[in-house]
Design a protein around this ligand. Structure first.
Ligand code: ADP
Ligand code: MG
Length: 286
């Protein structure tokens, strides 16, 4: 359904992020990395894509947004990243230094690895540092570190065409990590990979998260993936995406293949699945 749109909503919707839309995260709510309050997004086409959405993510938390295709998950991530402006509401992002400005200290991993085919793995990962005019020597050290973190140190001189899908995604992850962001936003990064590769990347992502202490907001439409990875799973309604239900996944750490085959895991998956059920059966709830 196309929602009506006022002219002021339309005027706001595609502008660069206005300062007014960025909120200071409440000093009283210490430890928040992301805070969305009453956020909606209406695209120029008049589509109400999202909201109103209220979402808080604690620093260091691993949260998944789970919802049917087209419910506004990517829209939500783009708003957090400051790539789009909200039509109404406020988006607050806080980095380690307590600065509050969307788009800062954020690494973004897209579903497609979007690598430059003519450039080596090393040069692909270096790109964000080049754009930020980081000196070559410092940049090289950081690129080396990011490639080691994703297990690709040996492949620095390879070209994307020589890599498997999983390795390309690792390059994309290294490119997001190379600026040492506080917050990683990941938009269905493993959806196109085969199951074995996806499981391996799930495990590697969890150890990176544990070791590097990043805040992760992970978008997926897989119940199983969301439960395996997350401390908290947020189930969204069909468009315009709102929060339908929220689940805390209190499983013992570290999560591993034993967890994946445990009764606990199956129980959580059933619970989360039930929250999605009205839409999984092909009967959109709204
Ligand atoms: P999801 O990631 O959950 O699949 P999206 O955030 O991509 O959903 O899209 C939510 C809704 O907004 C969809 O109906 C989609 O068609 C619409 N949409 C997304 N991006 C744009 C855009 N740039 N212009 C107009 N409509 C858009
Ligand atoms: Mg999407």
């Amino acid at each position: 359904m196309i929602e009506p749109q006022t002219s002021s909503e339309k005027a706001l919707s595609e502008k660069s992020l206005p300062e007014a839309a960025l909120s200071e995260i409440d000093a009283g709510v210490a430890g928040l990395a992301v805070s969305l309050r009453g956020v909606t997004k209406v695209y120029d086409s008049g589509v109400l894509a999202l909201g109103p959405l209220d979402l808080e993510v604690r620093r260091g938390e691993f949260v998944s947004l789970l919802g049917p295709s087209g419910c506004g998950k990517s829209t939500a991530l783009r708003l957090i990243a400051g790539l789009n402006a909200p039509t109404s509401g406020t988006v607050g992002v806080s980095n380690r230094a307590g600065e509050t400005r969307a788009g800062r200290s954020i690494g973004f991993v897209f579903q497609e690895p979007t690598l430059m085919p003519w450039a080596s793995v090393r040069e692909n990962v270096r790109l964000p540092l080049k754009l930020a005019h980081v000196a070559l020597a410092e940049g090289s050290a950081r690129v080396g570190e990011a490639l080691t973190q994703v297990g690709l140190a040996e492949f620095a001189e390879a070209f994307p065409r020589q890599l498997s899908g999983g390795m390309k995604m690792r390059v994309s992850l290294a490119r997001a990590l190379v600026t040492d962001p506080d917050i990683l936003l990941m938009d269905e990064p493993f959806a196109a990979l085969d199951e074995i590769t996806r499981f391996r990347l799930n495990n590697d992502l969890l150890s990176l998260w544990r070791n590097l202490r990043k805040t992760v907001v992970f978008v997926t439409h897989s119940v199983f993936e969301s439960v395996y990875l997350s401390q908290r799973v947020i189930v969204m309604t069909p468009r315009p995406g709102r929060i339908k239900a929220e689940f805390r996944i209190d499983a013992a750490e570290p999560r591993d293949e034993d967890f994946r085959t445990s009764a606990d895991y199956a129980g959580y998956c059933r619970m989360v699945s039930n929250a999605l059920a009205p839409w999984q059966s092909g009967q959109p709830g709204s």
